[in-house]
Design a protein around this ligand. Structure first.
Ligand code: SPV
Ligand code: MG
Length: 312
Protein backbone atom coordinates (compact mmCIF):
# COMPACT_ATOMS: atom_id res chain seq x y z
CA UNK A 1 0.00 0.00 0.00
CA UNK A 2 1.52 3.29 -1.10
CA UNK A 3 0.94 6.52 0.76
CA UNK A 4 -1.42 8.79 -1.12
CA UNK A 5 -0.50 12.27 -2.13
CA UNK A 6 -2.72 14.95 -0.63
CA UNK A 7 -3.47 16.04 -4.19
CA UNK A 8 -4.92 12.72 -5.34
CA UNK A 9 -8.66 12.91 -6.09
CA UNK A 10 -9.41 9.90 -3.84
CA UNK A 11 -8.47 11.97 -0.82
CA UNK A 12 -11.19 14.52 -1.49
CA UNK A 13 -13.81 11.82 -0.91
CA UNK A 14 -12.19 10.86 2.37
CA UNK A 15 -12.99 14.27 3.89
CA UNK A 16 -16.73 13.68 3.97
CA UNK A 17 -16.57 10.22 5.50
CA UNK A 18 -15.41 7.18 3.64
CA UNK A 19 -17.76 4.23 3.81
CA UNK A 20 -15.46 1.92 1.87
CA UNK A 21 -12.66 2.45 4.39
CA UNK A 22 -15.10 1.85 7.25
CA UNK A 23 -16.27 -1.34 5.56
CA UNK A 24 -12.66 -2.43 5.15
CA UNK A 25 -12.05 -1.84 8.83
CA UNK A 26 -15.20 -3.75 9.71
CA UNK A 27 -14.66 -6.76 7.48
CA UNK A 28 -10.88 -7.13 7.52
CA UNK A 29 -9.77 -5.66 10.81
CA UNK A 30 -11.78 -4.92 13.93
CA UNK A 31 -14.57 -7.36 13.33
CA UNK A 32 -12.84 -10.19 11.51
CA UNK A 33 -12.08 -13.58 13.04
CA UNK A 34 -8.57 -13.48 11.51
CA UNK A 35 -6.03 -11.76 13.73
CA UNK A 36 -5.17 -8.36 12.30
CA UNK A 37 -2.94 -5.48 13.30
CA UNK A 38 -3.29 -1.74 13.67
CA UNK A 39 -0.15 0.37 13.69
CA UNK A 40 0.09 3.59 15.64
CA UNK A 41 0.21 6.87 13.76
CA UNK A 42 0.30 10.38 15.16
CA UNK A 43 0.85 12.59 12.13
CA UNK A 44 1.20 12.53 8.35
CA UNK A 45 4.74 11.13 8.34
CA UNK A 46 4.06 8.26 10.72
CA UNK A 47 0.84 7.42 8.83
CA UNK A 48 2.57 7.39 5.44
CA UNK A 49 5.42 5.23 6.77
CA UNK A 50 3.04 2.70 8.36
CA UNK A 51 1.09 2.46 5.11
CA UNK A 52 4.34 1.95 3.21
CA UNK A 53 5.33 -0.84 5.59
CA UNK A 54 2.18 -2.75 4.61
CA UNK A 55 -0.18 -2.22 7.55
CA UNK A 56 -3.82 -2.39 6.52
CA UNK A 57 -5.13 -0.14 9.25
CA UNK A 58 -3.93 2.48 11.72
CA UNK A 59 -4.47 3.40 15.37
CA UNK A 60 -4.58 7.16 15.88
CA UNK A 61 -3.10 7.03 19.36
CA UNK A 62 -4.07 9.63 21.94
CA UNK A 63 -0.75 9.25 23.74
CA UNK A 64 1.26 9.62 20.54
CA UNK A 65 -0.75 12.53 19.12
CA UNK A 66 -0.55 14.38 22.44
CA UNK A 67 3.20 13.73 22.59
CA UNK A 68 3.76 14.93 19.05
CA UNK A 69 1.97 18.17 19.98
CA UNK A 70 4.03 18.52 23.17
CA UNK A 71 1.10 17.74 25.46
CA UNK A 72 0.54 15.08 28.10
CA UNK A 73 -1.91 12.24 27.60
CA UNK A 74 -4.34 13.78 30.07
CA UNK A 75 -6.82 15.48 27.73
CA UNK A 76 -4.50 18.47 27.46
CA UNK A 77 -4.96 18.39 23.68
CA UNK A 78 -8.48 19.35 22.61
CA UNK A 79 -10.95 17.28 20.60
CA UNK A 80 -10.44 19.57 17.62
CA UNK A 81 -6.66 19.08 17.77
CA UNK A 82 -7.32 15.34 17.73
CA UNK A 83 -9.62 15.68 14.72
CA UNK A 84 -7.01 17.77 12.88
CA UNK A 85 -4.34 15.13 13.50
CA UNK A 86 -6.68 12.35 12.36
CA UNK A 87 -7.46 14.23 9.17
CA UNK A 88 -3.74 14.26 8.31
CA UNK A 89 -3.40 10.57 9.22
CA UNK A 90 -6.33 9.53 7.01
CA UNK A 91 -5.24 11.76 4.18
CA UNK A 92 -1.61 10.65 3.99
CA UNK A 93 -2.23 6.95 4.52
CA UNK A 94 -5.46 6.25 2.63
CA UNK A 95 -6.04 3.54 5.24
CA UNK A 96 -8.87 2.77 7.65
CA UNK A 97 -8.10 4.56 10.91
CA UNK A 98 -9.38 3.62 14.36
CA UNK A 99 -9.18 6.71 16.53
CA UNK A 100 -8.39 6.68 20.23
CA UNK A 101 -11.16 9.00 21.40
CA UNK A 102 -10.23 8.74 25.11
CA UNK A 103 -13.48 9.01 27.07
CA UNK A 104 -15.10 11.19 24.43
CA UNK A 105 -13.94 14.51 26.01
CA UNK A 106 -16.85 14.80 28.42
CA UNK A 107 -20.35 13.44 28.59
CA UNK A 108 -22.58 11.84 25.93
CA UNK A 109 -22.88 15.15 24.10
CA UNK A 110 -19.13 15.69 23.74
CA UNK A 111 -18.69 12.04 22.71
CA UNK A 112 -21.28 12.22 19.93
CA UNK A 113 -19.85 15.52 18.66
CA UNK A 114 -16.39 13.96 18.53
CA UNK A 115 -17.74 10.92 16.67
CA UNK A 116 -19.51 13.09 14.11
CA UNK A 117 -16.38 15.15 13.48
CA UNK A 118 -14.21 12.04 13.20
CA UNK A 119 -16.61 10.59 10.66
CA UNK A 120 -16.51 13.81 8.67
CA UNK A 121 -12.72 13.73 8.45
CA UNK A 122 -12.71 10.16 7.17
CA UNK A 123 -11.96 8.08 10.29
CA UNK A 124 -13.31 4.53 10.21
CA UNK A 125 -13.81 3.95 13.91
CA UNK A 126 -13.55 5.41 17.36
CA UNK A 127 -12.54 3.69 20.59
CA UNK A 128 -14.08 5.21 23.70
CA UNK A 129 -12.77 4.26 27.15
CA UNK A 130 -14.80 4.17 30.36
CA UNK A 131 -12.65 6.77 32.09
CA UNK A 132 -13.62 10.14 33.58
CA UNK A 133 -12.65 13.50 32.09
CA UNK A 134 -9.84 14.42 32.20
CA UNK A 135 -8.36 10.97 31.61
CA UNK A 136 -4.98 9.70 32.78
CA UNK A 137 -2.79 7.50 30.61
CA UNK A 138 -3.34 3.86 31.56
CA UNK A 139 0.33 3.37 32.44
CA UNK A 140 0.62 6.38 34.78
CA UNK A 141 -0.01 6.11 38.52
CA UNK A 142 -2.79 4.31 40.33
CA UNK A 143 -5.61 6.85 40.16
CA UNK A 144 -7.91 5.60 37.42
CA UNK A 145 -11.48 6.44 38.39
CA UNK A 146 -13.96 4.60 36.19
CA UNK A 147 -17.13 6.09 34.79
CA UNK A 148 -20.42 4.69 36.07
CA UNK A 149 -21.53 1.87 33.79
CA UNK A 150 -24.88 3.49 32.98
CA UNK A 151 -23.35 6.88 32.28
CA UNK A 152 -20.70 5.41 29.97
CA UNK A 153 -23.30 3.24 28.26
CA UNK A 154 -25.19 6.49 27.55
CA UNK A 155 -22.08 7.86 25.84
CA UNK A 156 -21.92 4.73 23.66
CA UNK A 157 -25.62 4.87 22.79
CA UNK A 158 -25.38 8.55 21.88
CA UNK A 159 -22.45 7.84 19.54
CA UNK A 160 -24.25 4.92 17.94
CA UNK A 161 -27.40 6.96 17.43
CA UNK A 162 -25.34 9.74 15.84
CA UNK A 163 -23.04 7.86 13.46
CA UNK A 164 -24.87 4.54 13.15
CA UNK A 165 -22.76 2.11 11.10
CA UNK A 166 -20.71 4.87 9.47
CA UNK A 167 -18.14 4.65 12.25
CA UNK A 168 -17.11 1.48 14.07
CA UNK A 169 -17.62 1.89 17.80
CA UNK A 170 -15.12 0.16 20.07
CA UNK A 171 -15.83 0.19 23.81
CA UNK A 172 -12.64 0.13 25.87
CA UNK A 173 -12.71 -1.37 29.32
CA UNK A 174 -10.28 0.06 31.88
CA UNK A 175 -11.40 -2.09 34.82
CA UNK A 176 -8.20 -4.17 34.87
CA UNK A 177 -6.08 -1.01 34.66
CA UNK A 178 -8.06 0.40 37.61
CA UNK A 179 -7.51 -2.79 39.63
CA UNK A 180 -11.23 -3.59 39.71
CA UNK A 181 -10.82 -7.23 38.77
CA UNK A 182 -12.05 -9.67 36.17
CA UNK A 183 -15.74 -9.81 37.18
CA UNK A 184 -16.05 -6.04 36.90
CA UNK A 185 -14.27 -6.10 33.51
CA UNK A 186 -16.58 -8.79 32.15
CA UNK A 187 -19.78 -7.20 33.41
CA UNK A 188 -18.74 -3.85 31.92
CA UNK A 189 -17.98 -5.52 28.59
CA UNK A 190 -21.47 -7.05 28.51
CA UNK A 191 -23.08 -3.72 29.40
CA UNK A 192 -21.19 -2.00 26.59
CA UNK A 193 -22.18 -4.71 24.12
CA UNK A 194 -25.80 -4.16 25.18
CA UNK A 195 -25.32 -0.42 24.58
CA UNK A 196 -24.42 -1.07 20.94
CA UNK A 197 -20.61 -1.34 20.75
CA UNK A 198 -19.33 -3.14 17.65
CA UNK A 199 -16.24 -4.47 19.41
CA UNK A 200 -14.49 -4.21 22.76
CA UNK A 201 -10.95 -3.27 23.70
CA UNK A 202 -9.64 -4.84 26.87
CA UNK A 203 -6.59 -3.12 28.31
CA UNK A 204 -4.00 -4.40 30.79
CA UNK A 205 -0.73 -3.10 32.11
CA UNK A 206 0.60 -6.43 33.35
CA UNK A 207 3.87 -7.58 31.81
CA UNK A 208 2.40 -10.98 31.00
CA UNK A 209 -0.71 -11.74 28.92
CA UNK A 210 -2.36 -14.03 31.51
CA UNK A 211 -5.05 -11.60 32.63
CA UNK A 212 -5.89 -10.67 29.03
CA UNK A 213 -6.18 -14.32 28.01
CA UNK A 214 -8.31 -15.06 31.09
CA UNK A 215 -10.64 -12.20 30.13
CA UNK A 216 -10.88 -13.49 26.57
CA UNK A 217 -11.81 -16.99 27.79
CA UNK A 218 -14.55 -15.56 30.00
CA UNK A 219 -15.79 -13.21 27.29
CA UNK A 220 -16.37 -16.08 24.85
CA UNK A 221 -16.18 -13.76 21.86
CA UNK A 222 -19.58 -12.15 22.28
CA UNK A 223 -18.06 -9.28 20.28
CA UNK A 224 -14.63 -9.08 18.63
CA UNK A 225 -11.88 -8.14 21.08
CA UNK A 226 -8.97 -5.78 20.53
CA UNK A 227 -5.85 -5.72 22.70
CA UNK A 228 -2.86 -3.41 23.24
CA UNK A 229 0.22 -5.47 24.18
CA UNK A 230 2.44 -2.51 25.04
CA UNK A 231 3.54 -4.01 28.36
CA UNK A 232 3.09 -7.72 27.58
CA UNK A 233 4.99 -7.51 24.30
CA UNK A 234 6.94 -10.72 24.94
CA UNK A 235 3.91 -12.93 24.31
CA UNK A 236 3.99 -14.21 20.71
CA UNK A 237 0.99 -13.24 18.59
CA UNK A 238 0.29 -16.94 17.99
CA UNK A 239 -1.27 -16.94 21.49
CA UNK A 240 -3.72 -14.27 20.34
CA UNK A 241 -4.59 -16.19 17.16
CA UNK A 242 -5.27 -19.24 19.26
CA UNK A 243 -7.49 -17.23 21.59
CA UNK A 244 -9.44 -15.80 18.59
CA UNK A 245 -8.55 -12.22 19.42
CA UNK A 246 -9.54 -9.95 16.59
CA UNK A 247 -6.96 -7.19 16.56
CA UNK A 248 -3.58 -6.33 18.05
CA UNK A 249 -2.80 -2.62 18.34
CA UNK A 250 0.86 -1.58 18.24
CA UNK A 251 -0.07 1.59 20.09
CA UNK A 252 2.93 3.85 20.46
CA UNK A 253 5.93 2.41 18.68
CA UNK A 254 6.40 5.02 15.97
CA UNK A 255 6.39 7.93 18.36
CA UNK A 256 8.85 6.11 20.63
CA UNK A 257 11.04 5.32 17.62
CA UNK A 258 10.92 8.99 16.61
CA UNK A 259 11.94 10.12 20.09
CA UNK A 260 14.91 7.73 20.13
CA UNK A 261 16.03 8.69 16.60
CA UNK A 262 15.61 12.45 17.04
CA UNK A 263 17.38 12.38 20.38
CA UNK A 264 20.33 10.53 18.87
CA UNK A 265 20.61 12.91 15.92
CA UNK A 266 20.26 16.06 18.05
CA UNK A 267 22.83 14.82 20.57
CA UNK A 268 25.36 13.95 17.83
CA UNK A 269 24.97 17.17 15.87
CA UNK A 270 25.17 19.22 19.06
CA UNK A 271 28.28 17.41 20.28
CA UNK A 272 30.06 17.24 16.93
CA UNK A 273 28.97 20.60 15.54
CA UNK A 274 28.57 18.75 12.26
CA UNK A 275 25.95 16.59 10.59
CA UNK A 276 28.55 14.56 8.64
CA UNK A 277 28.66 11.74 11.19
CA UNK A 278 24.94 11.04 11.18
CA UNK A 279 24.21 11.48 7.46
CA UNK A 280 24.35 7.71 6.79
CA UNK A 281 21.82 7.06 9.57
CA UNK A 282 19.06 9.44 8.55
CA UNK A 283 16.58 9.47 5.68
CA UNK A 284 17.81 11.16 2.53
CA UNK A 285 15.93 14.11 1.13
CA UNK A 286 15.04 11.92 -1.84
CA UNK A 287 13.35 9.44 0.51
CA UNK A 288 11.33 12.28 1.98
CA UNK A 289 10.34 13.58 -1.47
CA UNK A 290 9.39 10.07 -2.56
CA UNK A 291 7.26 9.43 0.53
CA UNK A 292 5.05 12.38 -0.27
CA UNK A 293 5.10 11.92 -4.04
CA UNK A 294 6.78 15.10 -5.14
CA UNK A 295 6.98 13.52 -8.61
CA UNK A 296 3.17 13.74 -8.82
CA UNK A 297 3.42 17.47 -8.14
CA UNK A 298 5.99 17.86 -10.92
CA UNK A 299 3.69 16.00 -13.32
CA UNK A 300 0.74 18.14 -12.27
CA UNK A 301 2.77 21.29 -12.80
CA UNK A 302 3.53 20.16 -16.34
CA UNK A 303 -0.18 19.53 -16.89
CA UNK A 304 -1.75 22.56 -15.23
CA UNK A 305 0.73 25.42 -14.99
CA UNK A 306 0.91 27.91 -17.80
CA UNK A 307 4.11 27.03 -19.65
CA UNK A 308 5.58 30.43 -18.82
CA UNK A 309 5.04 29.71 -15.09
CA UNK A 310 6.91 26.40 -14.90
CA UNK A 311 9.92 26.75 -12.67
CA UNK A 312 13.26 25.87 -14.16
C1 SPV B 1 -2.95 5.27 23.29
O1 SPV B 1 -2.25 4.84 22.38
O2 SPV B 1 -3.08 6.46 23.54
C2 SPV B 1 -3.66 4.32 24.15
C3 SPV B 1 -3.08 3.05 24.39
O3 SPV B 1 -4.68 4.68 24.71
S1 SPV B 1 -2.16 3.17 25.84
O4 SPV B 1 -1.35 4.35 25.81
O5 SPV B 1 -1.43 1.93 25.81
O6 SPV B 1 -3.09 3.20 26.95
MG1 MG C 1 -4.98 6.67 24.66
Amino acid sequence: MQAQSPSEPANRRIHVGNSSLTERMRSQICCSSELSFLMEAHDGISAAIAARAGFEGLWASGLSIASSLGYRDANEASWSQLVDAVERIVDTSGLPVLVDGDGGFGNFNNARLLARKLHQCGASGVALEDSCFPKTNSFIGDRHPLAEIDEFSGRLRAVKDTVSDDLILVARIEALIAGQGMDEAISRAHAYADAGADAILIHSRKTGADEILAFIRAWQNRLPALIVPTKYYRTPVSAYRKAHISTVIWANHSVRAAIAAMRQVCDRIFAEESSAGIEPNIATLDELFELFKYDELAEAEARYLHSGDIRQ
